[in-house]
Design a protein around this ligand. Sequence first.
Ligand code: SF4
Length: 341
Amino acid sequence: MSALLTVSDLTVTYAPPRRSGSIGTGAALAGVDLDIRPGEIIGIVGETGSGKTTLARATVGLVKPAAGRIDFDGTDLGALRGKALRQFRRSGQVQLAFQDPLRSLDTDLSVGELVAEPLDVVGDLTRAERRERVDEALGLVGLDADSFRDRYPRQLSGGQRQRVSLARSIVTRPRLLFCDEPVSALDVSNRNLVLRLLDRLRTELGLAVVIIAHDLSSLAGVADRVAVFYRGRLVEHGPISDVLEKPVHPYTALLASSAPSVEHDDRLSPLELRVPVTEARTPAEGACVFAARCRFAHDACAEQPPLVPVAGTDRFAACHAADSWRRSLNPETDPQKEALS
Ligand code: SF4
């Protein structure tokens, strides 16, 4: 199936602050390649500042890339100007659901008004058509329109607010939805409910969903693939079950080792993967982004490795030691078999 969204060599740079003595932020994303297919759920995972939210903001046009290209359904979004750009925005085909529904929802507006708001951009809809779209969106997220249309955010539970936020995001009938930390503020039962809902939306609407998360375990059981970011670089991506069970990049292995609900036989301990505190390092400029924290760093790591296919798998990783670092943990093991199975 051909990609709905293709991101090629995308680089986003935030200008350093002007105040003297403050620290510049540098590249928020550096040379990222990724594609997303229709009806797919892909997880984007990484620490705060890893660039995962910047990827979403660049795709919806909230930040301008310094280099690279973003194609949506064959259209180069960076080349759109004037009327073509306005038409694309009005189509509402790409939407972003914000992280904190309580903060992102205007508490003075009713649920019906909140869900209808994104339709202002689409325009040219009659009052009856707007009402129909709002009711449809509320129904899709499992909220009865007649019961919820006139309520206010303060009258909703955390899970209901998250569903109203999702209804806002799908009311324009998008084809691609970015959800920024959709479950991080929810308890376990609401978390499962929202994740099941996203799964249903991709099945019923053919919606491609990108879930931005800071831990791998929240993506298990819902995402098809996962892309792992570290300091603006895509360091590994592939099918979620493979990545969780046998990570290829040492940073992904560290994330998987700390994921509370991910159980499998080959799980490594964080202690096996962390650099001892006595070995503080400052890698040279241009070194692998993970070199300061990587237990397996060696001379070749003075240069950032490219993201390349991992032989024998359908995964990609950016690590000079992708096929050998596990051997140093267990020298008895066949490295090829161990790293790539
Ligand atoms: S390239 Fe080197 S420093 Fe970077 S993750 Fe791989 S082994 Fe570690």
